[in-house]
Design a binder for this molecule. Structure first.
Ligand SMILES: Nc1ncnc2c1ncn2[C@@H]1O[C@H](COP(=O)(O)OP(=O)(O)OP(=O)(O)O)[C@@H](O)[C@H]1O
Length: 313
């Protein structure tokens, strides 16, 4: 668990605090995405958690331990850190880069080798092909995967990620997000993530924390933030398509099925409510068959989305 209490940071000479009175908890095995405009303090909050930035005041506890009283180096070995620029050592092989923390933890050589192979496989890279390469022999997406592998290598309970997919093209990005999401859930890591991309935040974050001028505006489960933005600023920041984004978080089962059949091809297994809405709009129908039988009605979908039912006829 990461527990942040009344955390503030005032840079020397700054006329206002970069972070002011932020309190938030990320429960064990869950993820929280920090979002907010440029300069709102997201990265500063993240870097206070691993003490790359020393807070001006407040408290941080990690797994119940006072992070501000711990030795900073010991603390950082318990926290995986993934950044946009990845920060791999250019003259080291992929294997040596990934082995950094296990070696600092003084694992024996055989265990380090096993672990490197294990985490490379976890992030979808074949150790036989990638272990001996240098960072410049990798694509941007592969480098990003190595960054995630390196952060996971010491098996830290907590992961901090700062724009982890920022440097990757949109197609790769979607795929990477999907895989990392699956991986983090499977490994039950506690994750604090910074992104400026609302879609990425709600996809990867169980909860979303919205910052404005260093203060926390809203902190709630992703679907809740999208359904009920705290104020006008939050609504504008989340964007007019927040209703669609929210639908993409729910499976078809979230809306009660109607027993009657509907014409047309069934919605695909594993589709989201957003996919269902797209299919209904595409076909111009008021209901679509569900993969397991019965149908999903447009009116029920709109009611779920919080949109008033369209007029009859
Ligand atoms: N080392 C530093 N010294 C002085 N001021 C800093 C330092 N690092 C950040 N700041 C200031 O703190 C404020 C918050 O910066 P921070 O990087 O946390 O914002 P952010 O929300 O992560 O922004 P972005 O989305 O642009 O990365 C900004 O006003 C920034 O100029």
């Amino acid at each position: 668990m990461i527990a942040i209490e009344d955390l503030s940071k005032r840079w020397p000479g700054a006329d206002r605090a970069a972070v002011e009175g932020v309190s938030l908890t990320v429960p064990e095995g869950t993820s929280c995405a920090l979002i907010g405009p440029s300069g709102s303090g997201k990265t500063t909050v993240l870097r206070m958690v691993n003490r790359l930035v020393e807070p001006s005041s407040g408290a941080i506890r990690i797994g119940g331990e006072d992070a501000l009283r711990m030795d900073a180096v010991t603390l950082r070995r318990r926290i995986g850190y993934v950044i946009q620029e990845v920060g791999l050592f250019p003259h080291w092989s992929v294997a040596d880069n990934v082995a950094t923390v296990p070696r600092l933890l003084r694992w024996d050589a055989a265990r380090v080798t096993r672990r490197v192979e294990e985490v490379l496989a976890l992030v979808g890279l074949d150790p036989a092909r990638f272990a001996t390469r240098r960072p410049h022999q990798l694509s941007g997406g592969e480098r990003q995967r190595i960054g995630v592998a390196r952060a996971l290598a010491g098996d830290p309970p907590v992961l901090l990620m700062d724009e982890p997919f920022g440097a990757v093209d949109p197609v790769q990005r979607g795929k990477l997000q999907e895989e990392v999401l699956r991986l983090l859930r499977q490994l039950r890591k506690t994750v604090l993530l910074v992104t400026h991309d609302v879609a990425e935040a709600v996809r990867l974050g169980d909860a979303v924390a919205l910052l404005r001028d260093g203060r926390l505006v809203q902190h709630a489960p992703a679907a809740e933030v999208l359904a009920r933005p705290a104020d006008g600023f939050a609504a504008e920041f989340l964007g007019a398509d927040r209703v669609l984004l929210r639908l993409s978080l729910f499976p078809l089962e979230a809306v009660p099925a109607r027993p009657e059949p509907a014409p047309g091809p069934p919605l695909p297994e594993g589709a989201t409510l957003r996919d269902a809405l797209a299919a209904l709009l595409d076909t111009g129908r008021s209901a679509a068959p569900l993969p397991g039988g019965g149908s999903l009605a447009l009116a029920d979908l709109l009611a779920f989305a919080g949109t008033p039912n369209p007029p009859a006829g």
